[in-house]
Design a protein around this ligand. Structure first.
Ligand code: 6PG
Length: 235
């Protein structure tokens, strides 16, 4: 737990840089998947402003999920990341792996899966191992775009799917649980008292009650960074 939203931004940015340094030292590159929504915006802006910025030319940026909208849409996670980080840090364009959510959703998902398979050099049945995946949670307990009562919760073979979300009457393109759970590290960023109830539920309700509970990296680290308002009912 951190005192407030500003401390959350600092802690998450520091963890990003720590993971980047370790991955680049070990493998010469850092593969990270960004979270969408609003909470990460400040983290991305902080990273773009970092004095000792990580070596952006060795960093590959992916997206854990995307809304089914074009890249300039106000709802676009890519747009949020572009405005807060990608347009401000010297990240080579080839290192930004965007979900082409302007395409029909199943096609966008299949294309992104192919991008992941070629980037990680995967053969059939092998999962990618991201160095870091950033995630948030929604008040319904969803994470990435794995919402309660959606088909995507059951997916066990594909890396990326078009997940129909009834409450939005729209698809979302999202990583599946196996991709999340094969990561070296997952960092959840949770801010504000609007998330206090669901965070308490995620930590106390029986497993399987909320999608975010299914995120348990098999051979990786799971870190929750929550500010005092969000964690108020947990501690
Ligand atoms: C999205 C996200 C989603 C997000 C949560 C929390 O596309 O919306 O990837 O999983 O992390 O909805 O969003 P906030 O940070 O805006 O509360």
């Amino acid at each position: 737990m951190v005192p407030d939203a500003a401390a959350l931004i600092t802690a998450a940015a520091a963890e990003f840089c720590r993971c980047a340094e370790a991955a680049i030292a070990a493998r010469g590159r850092f593969a990270v998947a960004l979270a969408g929504g609003n909470t990460p915006r400040g983290v991305y802006a902080q990273l773009a402003a970092e004095k000792n910025s990580p070596p952006w030319d060795k960093i590959h940026i992916f997206f854990g999920d995307e809304r089914h909208v074009p890249p300039d849409d106000p709802q676009s996670n890519y747009r949020m990341a572009r405005e807060s980080l990608l347009s401000k840090a010297p990240i080579p364009e080839a290192n930004v792996h965007r979900i082409r959510a302007e395409l029909p959703a199943p096609e966008a998902a299949a294309q992104y899966e192919a991008d992941l398979r070629s980037f990680f050099g995967l053969s059939a049945g092998i999962w990618p191992r991201f160095d870091l995946i950033l995630l948030g949670i929604g008040e319904c307990g969803h994470t990435a775009s794995l919402f309660p009562s959606t088909a995507g919760l059951q997916e066990e073979s594909r890396l990326v799917i078009a997940n129909w979300v009834e409450k939005f009457a729209s698809y979302r393109i999202t990583f599946t649980f196996p991709v999340l759970n094969h990561a070296s590290e997952i960092v959840f960023m949770v801010s504000g008292n609007g998330k206090a109830q669901i965070l308490k539920e995620i930590f106390t309700a029986p497993k399987g009650s909320y999608p975010a509970q299914t995120v348990q990296p098999e051979k990786g680290k799971l870190l929750w960074i929550a500010d005092k308002d969000a964690a108020g009912l947990v501690t």
